[in-house]
Unconditional design. Sequence first.
Length: 107
Amino acid sequence: MILLTRMDKQEMYFNPDHIVSVEETPDTVITLFNGNHFIVQERAQVVIARIVTFRARVIRRAGTPEGRKYLARPKRKLFVDITRNRENICPCSHDEQLRTPFHSQDI
C-alpha cells in the first residue's frame, strides 16, 4: 500500500494493483479499477516513485532468505579453515572443546 494525501489533507492508503491511471492535469487524478477517481496533492512522478518502491519492497521480501550467496562464501571458507585447524589455534583439551561453544563470530 502507498500513502497519498487528498486535497482536503486526508491521508489514504492505495493499493497500487488497483490503480488504472495517474493523470496530471493541474491536479493529480488517480483512477481505480472500480471507476473511482481521487484527486491527490502529490505529483504524478511522486506517485509513480512510490509505486516502484512498493513493488521493489514486495519483490525483495519474496526473495530467498539467505540473500546473496556469493557474499557468504568468504565467511564460510574462514569458518571451515578454522574448524579444521582448531587444535593449532586453541591448545585446550578435547573435553574442554566439547563444553565450550565455537562460533565463527568468536574470531
